[in-house]
Design a binder for this molecule. Sequence first.
Ligand code: SF4
Length: 199
Amino acid sequence: MLQIGKDETLVSLDFIERFFCCDLEKCLGQCCIEGDAGAPLSEAEDAILHEILPEIWSDLLPAAQRRIEEEGVSYRDIEHDLVTQILPDTGNCVFSTYAEGGLCICAIEKAFREGRISFRKPISCYLYPARIKQFDNGTTAVNYDRWKICKCAEVLGRAKGIRAYEFLREPLIARFGQEWYDELAFTAEEYIRQFCQND
Ligand code: SF4
């Protein structure tokens, strides 16, 4: 792990050593479907989801609309973390929808890109494959979540020469700030120069 910034943030070396670039043509947005639970949410994000619901309602799947009416937009998973609601049969996040070619996309981000709302999506989704863990002693860990459905992103990232920390530039800046990211990028370039010359 690398320590970045003044606030004890530990970043996994995987973000520097591994290549990553989402390949939606290959994965078809499986991360909105696969998995045992919904996407992690903060309390503030949960409140925002309630606010924006009318704006995105017509984009949601009929089964997702029914699920939200019955169970709400979120729930507590087995670790008691707040996560987005999912469909019990398919596993879809209730905020997922489909675009041309069977591509599963986020209805929240769709509305954001169309300028209908100012909230992009939960930061846990924006940051994926980074997973943030907050410890009681004030330390924040930025862990790399390796998932077989994202194998194609590692292949495309390598082909394009895009490392995971570079792919996540915008969400990392959104979460930790420009100064923090600049320090990470500087440290990463130095690390690559010393240890990853043959990649
Ligand atoms: S995170 Fe993985 S599953 Fe989701 S869009 Fe990227 S490559 Fe596809």
